[in-house]
Design a protein around this ligand. Structure first.
Ligand code: NAD
Length: 357
């Protein structure tokens, strides 16, 4: 089967890390057609819009999107604010493409175990946060101010259909992993959480192979620090997922390592998704060959797993990353005594060498 991938390098270190991810995807030998388009600040410079029509059209005509990062001081003060890369680029692309499921894996890489702020042995972790991305309190109406601005309100709103679709994605992902799903909510206080529990309980009966549990958000925040190894899939709503995924990511030790995926409904059996590193455009190190490309490369591995449904090739990339790190090769952000500092493209080359080995 052949796939078409839209490549949106974006700004800052985005083009540098995306080039390495494409290099690694090409080295897998899979049949992939790549087409590049401007996005973010680069889209504004090229076409006057952070999300040019030709870029959105390319995304719609592709099976998956590989995104670098967007933003930077050059575009921070553009008016109207819809010309700015994040507000006029990132948010609309997610909305336009109905990318409602945000997947953020957090995994301890053995060669980098010292980078974790948790005590060694406590920090072993291999989980994924499945976060609802287009509903909940970030989008609910009404929202606003009254009483001369002295009273503020937001609305947390979920429909059964919204909870149903993300819950199904969560169970499907659990089936591909450790078959354990923990649904996190605040059902002792919130009505929306009680709806989530109802829906998850119903859908769990369709996935008897998956062991389902429930946990309150406050307990989960604590358990992640106490024993992160207990989790496989954490399924949760938008705001809880936002916070828990950042907490989990920090346990791995470096921002330059964290991949993510935002996925939509399957089309003709293919899961459409946007794959991007969690980090931003890092203008402070752009153009210097100092960016860590591993988050972008691991995002490409997620693309193979979720859109290409090719777990074996995804695992080959993950193993190649671990093998390169075992050879004590490091970009500057993860350098430690006794290791060798290499550039962004040298790290990409090292992963390709390991893939071919
Ligand atoms: P950032 O993630 O770009 O950088 C934070 C720090 O981490 C910097 O010191 C940077 O050098 C370092 N860093 C980030 N990625 C790295 C990598 N791969 N290798 C080595 N070091 C890395 O966050 P920021 O500085 O707050 O934001 C910079 C710009 O990126 C802003 O315009 C922001 O709006 C944008 N941003 C974009 C996205 C996105 O495209 N999804 C996400 C976050 C921030």
């Amino acid at each position: 089967m052949s796939f078409k991938v839209a490549v949106l390098p974006g700004d800052g270190i985005g083009p540098e890390v995306t080039a390495e991810a494409v290099k690694v995807l090409k080295a897998t030998g899979l049949s992939i057609e790549f087409e590049e388009a401007p996005f973010g600040g680069a889209g504004y410079d090229d076409c006057g819009e952070p999300l040019p029509t030709k870029t959105l059209d390319l995304c719609k005509a592709s099976d998956a999107i590989l995104l670098g990062a967007v933003g930077g001081p050059k575009w921070d003060n553009l008016e109207p604010i819809t010309k700015r890369p994040e507000i006029g680029g990132l948010l609309p692309i997610r909305r336009e493409l109905n990318l409602y499921a945000n997947l953020r894996p957090a995994k301890t890489l053995k060669p980098l175990i010292h980078a974790s702020p948790l005590k060694e042995g406590r920090s072993m972790m291999d989980l994924i946060v499945v976060r609802e991305l287009t509903g909940g309190i970030y989008f609910g109406e009404p929202r606003g101010r009254r009483d001369n601005g002295d009273t503020a309100y937001d609305t947390c709103l979920y429909t059964r259909a919204e909870v149903d679709r993300i819950t199904r994605r969560g169970f499907e992902i659990a089936l591909q992993r450790g078959r354990k799903l923990c649904a996190v909510d605040k059902s002792n206080v919130l009505e929306t959480s009680r709806l989530w529990r109802e829906v998850v309980t119903e859908i769990a009966t369709e996935f008897p192979q998956v062991s389902t549990s429930f946990m309150l958000i406050d307990n989960c925040a604590m358990q992640l620090i106490r024993d992160p190894g207990q989790f496989d899939v954490i399924l949760t709503e938008n705001m809880f997922g936002d916070i828990l995924s950042d907490e989990a990511s920090m346990i791995t030790g470096s921002l330059g390592l964290l991949p993510s995926a935002s996925i939509s409904d399957p089309k003709n059996g293919v899961v459409f998704g946007l794959y991007e590193p969690v980090h931003g455009s890092a203008p402070d190190i752009a153009g210097q060959g100092r960016a860590n490309p591993l988050a972008a490369i691991l995002s490409a591995a997620m693309m193979l797993q979720y859109t290409f449904n090719d777990t074996e090739s995804a695992l080959r990339i993950e193993n190649a990353v671990e093998a390169a790190l075992n050879q004590k090769l490091r970009t500057a952000d993860i350098f430690e005594k006794g290791t060798e500092i290499i550039t962004t493209s040298e790290m990409g080359d090292a992963i390709v060498r390991e893939l071919m080995a």
